[in-house]
Design a protein around this ligand. Structure first.
Ligand code: ADP
Length: 495
């Protein structure tokens, strides 16, 4: 897709400080506060971003409200809105390399992955929802002759979107694209550790012709700027991807403010279940390793809990450990790198602590468990396989959000189901078996928003992604994403 010399040419390019985007204007925070952005590649200062005050957030909400009320966006013909979003996707595509490199310098994802999963997904999602704009119909109810019942689908209003650092463009546009396509106004709050690419694409949206005030960006600390958005009396719905504790705070904030709707995607501890009739053990190990170690495990759907049938448990663990130890962890801007940096010092410390605690509780570290490449100044961790993990161990239940997979053996299908469903999460799962009947039984029995069969990951924009249990509610991707952004309104007409 790109060549190494083009990437290298951008490696040290100066990065413009990130500013707020409110009502089409770029602004500093009201009190001038900024946050320093540290690159996880080398620990160096990359730039600064504005740390929005609660007044800035209210300004952004007011701008979004004004844009929604005067229908400068929702009131445009569907074909015109589609044209703007398609133009936006084109502009992003034109900056593909710059955005990919900027994103990698900001959050440490390996460039091969960032190009495809970040910029590629953003362009794809915007085009997909743009094309849907003029294909969504209302309904006519089956009434008696004397009445006509119309069911309209209307935009919800002002959407607050709070997104994380692991895939800012992909997850950001999974929210932005359907929200804007549906005619809403948005106040976007990127993560304070990965705001730069989202700030840039919001500027490109203006260039593409999105009216001012329809998309606003507030950056800064979660507890200050994110919390202000959650507490706003004029935000109609919040869409969020991030941690469980923050999700709980958002629900509390909704209850304490205006009962805004809250849709949460809160990660998981996803089981990846390998039966002894798996067709190709080596291939299963290879795909499973990618399913946990890519982006250094900083993937909400990562298959972080391997459940392996007893007869093949040793062979499979050895295969995973071998792949993990041979993975090319390194400079995220090198096209050959398979796993880049962990996003921050804090995240790395947490990952290592999870592994240390598991060891203390009796688990075995088959490979990894250490910080590596410290001489670079960056935050890197060796891909880690922890075996002999029983369900009572903390690491069996807690999301690590790092390059760490646990292995737990099981006897039969019934035990696999029990173990798979034994955590508070329900986001994703994998099942490896050559038995079609078993595959379908497992799809039904495993409580998760997505079950991959004989693969792990890779589901595209056409299918929904959302969690059950404490992984959250609501769905990103597919036409079902519109359920969060379009309301039903009934018109009952006497004839
Ligand atoms: P992570 O551990 O992945 O950083 P967080 O839930 O802390 O997950 O962060 C996800 C997003 O939520 C970020 O944009 C962050 O700034 C925001 N956030 C964090 N704390 C709060 C809060 N109290 N209120 C609103 N947003 C928050």
């Amino acid at each position: 897709m790109f060549d190494q010399s083009a990437i290298d040419a951008l490696r040290d390019a100066p990065v413009t400080p990130g500013r707020l985007l409110i009502g089409g204007d770029r602004r500093e925070a009201g009190d001038g506060a900024t946050l320093v952005v540290i690159s996880p590649l080398n620990g160096a200062r990359l730039t600064t971003i504005a740390d929005a005050t609660s007044e800035d957030v209210e300004d952004a909400v007011h701008a979004a409200r004004a844009a929604f009320e005067d229908r400068r966006w929702a009131g445009q013909p569907p074909a015109a809105r589609k044209k703007v979003l398609l133009e936006w996707a084109d502009l992003i595509e034109r900056e593909w390399l710059d955005l990919a490199v900027l994103g990698v310098r900001d959050n440490g994802t390996e460039i091969a992955m960032a190009g495809k999963a970040e910029v590629g997904s953003a362009v794809g999602a915007i085009r997909w929802y743009a094309e849907a704009i003029d294909k969504i119909y209302g309904e006519i109810a089956p009434t008696a002759d004397a009445a006509l019942g119309l069911i309209h689908r209307e935009p919800v209003g002002v959407i607050g979107a709070i997104v994380p650092w692991n895939f800012p463009l992909m997850i950001g546009t999974w929210k932005l694209a359907p929200a804007l396509a549906a005619g809403n106004s948005v106040v976007l709050k990127p993560s304070e550790t990965a705001s730069l690419t989202l700030i840039r694409i919001a500027e490109l949206a203006l260039e593409a012709g999105l009216p001012k005030g329809v998309l606003n960006v507030v950056t800064g600390r979660g507890a200050r700027c994110g919390q202000a958005l959650a507490m706003s009396m004029d935000v109609d719905a919040l869409v969020f991807t991030g941690s469980g504790p923050t999700g709980r705070r958002l629900l509390e904030a909704s209850a304490k403010s205006n009962l805004k709707r809250v849709y949460l995607e809160l990660g998981g501890k996803s089981p990846n279940i390998v039966f002894d009739d798996v067709e190709d053990l080596a291939e299963a190990a290879k795909v499973s390793a990618a399913g946990i170690f890519r982006n250094s495990g900083q993937v909400c759907v990562a298959g972080s809990r391997l459940l392996v049938q007893k007869g093949i448990a040793r062979d499979f663990t050895d295969a995973m450990a071998r792949i993990a130890s041979e993975m090319r962890v390194g400079d995220p801007l090198d096209l050959g790198t398979q796993a880049g940096a962990v996003s921050s010092e804090g995240q790395l410390a947490q990952n290592l602590e999870h592994v240390r605690h598991a060891q203390e509780q009796g688990a075995t570290v088959s490979t990894g468990g250490t910080r590596i490449m410290q001489e670079t100044g960056g935050t890197y961790m060796a891909p880690t396989v922890v075996s002999d993990v029983t369900p009572d161990l903390r690491i069996f239940n807690d999301e690590v959000f790092g390059p760490v997979v646990t292995v737990t053996p099981f006897e039969d299908e019934a035990e696999a189901v029990l173990l798979a469903n034994a955590t508070e999460y329900g986001l994703a799962a994998g099942v490896w078996t050559a038995n079609l009947g078993r595959a379908h039984r497992m799809i039904r029995a495993v409580r998760a928003g997505v079950v991959h069969v004989n693969t792990y990951g890779g589901a595209d924009i056409t299918v929904p992604l959302g969690g059950i249990k404490q992984s959250g509610n609501g769905h990103d991707k597919s036409l079902h994403a519109f359920d969060k952004f379009l309301d039903l309104k009934t018109a009952w007409i006497k004839l």
